[in-house]
Design a protein around this ligand. Structure first.
Ligand SMILES: Nc1ncnc2c1ncn2[C@@H]1O[C@H](COP(=O)(O)OP(=O)(O)OP(=O)(O)O)[C@@H](O)[C@H]1O
Ligand SMILES: [Mg+2]
Length: 507
């Protein structure tokens, strides 16, 4: 690692209407290092990364490239300096195919200077680029048909194919499975050895430790400091981020599971879980563990009437129900906080208040006359309760930071007053402080008598929060544990298809 920074930002200030996103921030990255950027939701990480990529301009401060001041007026400017990256929100064009996305604006031509795209070469090279990641994808497929993990990998492959000298990755692993994460880390390691400078944003302290060299902490748009990652403990990092230490990550109040809320019997979903037996009671949090692809998301999609049921029964409050549509399930008191907040959760161009009541308009306004004032005051309550960082409920959701968008999704489902809540990766992309808050909220909801089903890839979270845990492996429930019976090793080995689960009786 060379000690001269290749890219440096000094005294960066960025003001958005009502928010000072960055307030005098310093940052630099050296060739051959992974410089991690951390901070709570809304701290300004993505804003800084976009300034480094030429996507948005700073109001004040300067950017230096190899010691010389430069101006980045556009992503193209940045690319000319060899700066490229992946934004937190996807930038793929959904209806274009994989190859078209990878080569967008730099399509190989059949004849130099003429506008005829060499499709064959484009697809061939795309396949090569993707197979370097061990991905076998049909490059003719529109990217909207790929799942989010694959989309993310296409996006990363795309920037890597431009051989950047500075690579900016904004929460690249948020949507990836463990296997893809380790592939990505191998690539990062390779790039580091080749002298690429890497800016890496993540909320996952474990992975930061694995690949990071230095770490810079932002808090509320302000620069807190830069340290060598080896010199600090996790607790110290957390304290730098949130300005306090967090006492209870997994709160568990006294819960008293009551009547059966939802039961599955021999439940089979097309392309999803087979013969699942499952029960959740009111006042209880049930965790679903399993690798991505084990069938967890399909299970809840089946319950929610999104994917068709092949066999088996679903009972809600002891009554048989045939799930046909999300709407019907909402009427029955079921809410699904879905994994992909962009696609299923939010209307990004609508303000916070409309998003909050989106699924509960009928409950608030049974006569169909909607009063916007009331909607605003409802939303304000959630903004306060969930500590959503936004200057006003009138702000469009797309301007909120990722974690705060997630909280708006939660507000929306809480406002339906659903009694059975399904949380699919509820704390993905959420900072430690907010994570503790989300957990406290789930705990409170359970204590108030709601039934909660939680899918999470974060094992400590599953272990810490759940009263009972079901483990899925290859579309089947392979084990069930009570809180206290389970540990990381037992669950992990079941998730991988080795070992046996304690089948406590669910009835
Ligand atoms: N285009 C925009 N218009 C208005 N406000 C914005 C815009 N982009 C970001 N903000 C605000 O600037 C602040 C910093 O946001 P940023 O996205 O940089 O946070 P972050 O650290 O990346 O958070 P997260 O961990 O949630 O992704 C937030 O308060 C956000 O609402
Ligand atoms: Mg961000």
């Amino acid at each position: 690692m060379s000690s001269q920074p290749i890219l440096e930002a000094r005294g960066i200030v960025k003001q958005f209407p009502g928010v000072r996103a960055l307030d005098g921030v310093n940052f630099d990255v050296r060739p051959g290092e992974v410089h991690v950027l951390i901070g709570e939701n809304g701290a300004g990480k993505s804003t800084l990364s976009k300034i480094l990529m030429g996507v948005i301009a700073a109001d004040e401060g300067e950017i230096l490239f190899e010691g010389r001041p430069i101006r980045l007026r556009s992503p193209l400017d940045a690319r000319q300096h060899g700066i490229g990256g992946v934004y937190q929100e996807f930038m793929l064009v959904p209806w274009l195919n994989v190859a078209q996305n990878i080569f967008l604006n730099r399509e190989p031509r059949r004849w130099k200077g003429l506008p005829f795209v060499d499709h064959r070469r484009m697809h061939e090279e795309s396949r090569e680029i993707l197979s370097a990641f061990g991905l076998e994808v049909d490059t003719r497929l529109p990217v909207k048909h790929l799942d989010t993990a694959l989309q993310q990998m296409v996006e990363i492959s795309k920037v890597l194919s431009t051989s950047p000298r500075v690579l900016v990755l904004d929460e690249p692993t948020a949507m990836l499975t463990d296997r893809e994460v380790s592939r990505l880390f191998e690539r990062i390691e390779e790039l580091r050895r080749q002298g690429v400078a890497i800016v890496y944003i993540s909320h996952r302290l474990q992975e930061i430790r694995k690949i990071g060299d230095r770490v810079t902490v932002l808090r509320d748009g302000r620069y807190v400091g830069t340290v060598n990652i080896r010199d600090v403990s996790d607790d110290q990092l957390v304290e730098m981020m949130v300005g306090r230490s967090i006492s209870q990550m997994y709160p568990r109040s006294r819960r008293a599971p009551g009547a059966e809320a939802l039961r599955l019997q021999g439940f089979s979903v097309k392309g999803g879980p087979q013969e699942a037996d499952f029960v959740v009671r009111y006042g209880e949090i049930v965790g679903l563990a399993g690798l991505v692809g084990a069938g967890r998301t399909e299970l809840v999609r089946g319950i929610f009437g999104i994917d068709p049921i092949q066999k088996g029964e679903l009972l809600i409050d002891g009554r048989k129900v045939t799930p046909r549509s999300p709407n019907q399930m909402i009427q029955l008191g079921v809410g699904l906080l879905s994994e992909d907040r962009k696609r299923f959760g939010l209307a990004l161009k609508s303000p916070v208040h409309w998003n909050t009541v989106m699924a509960s308009l009928r409950r608030h306004f049974p006569r169909g006359v909607v009063r916007e004032r009331k909607v605003q005051s409802i939303a304000r309550e959630y903004v306060e309760k969930l500590r959503i960082v936004t200057p006003s409920v009138l702000r469009q959701v797309r301007y909120l930071s990722g974690g705060n968008q997630q909280k708006v999704v939660m507000a929306k489902w809480l406002d339906t007053k659903a009694k059975i809540l399904i949380f699919d990766e509820p704390t993905r992309g959420i900072d430690v402080g907010a994570k503790a808050e989300v957990h406290a909220l789930m705990d409170q909801l359970a204590q108030e008598g709601n039934a909660i089903i939680m899918i999470s890839s974060d094992l400590p979270e599953v272990l810490g929060m759940s009263d009972r845990i079901y483990v899925l492996f290859q579309k089947r429930i392979v084990g069930e544990f009570k809180h206290g019976e389970a540990n990381q090793e037992k669950i992990a080995s079941l998730m991988l298809g080795i070992g046996t689960g304690v089948k406590t009786n669910a009835s």
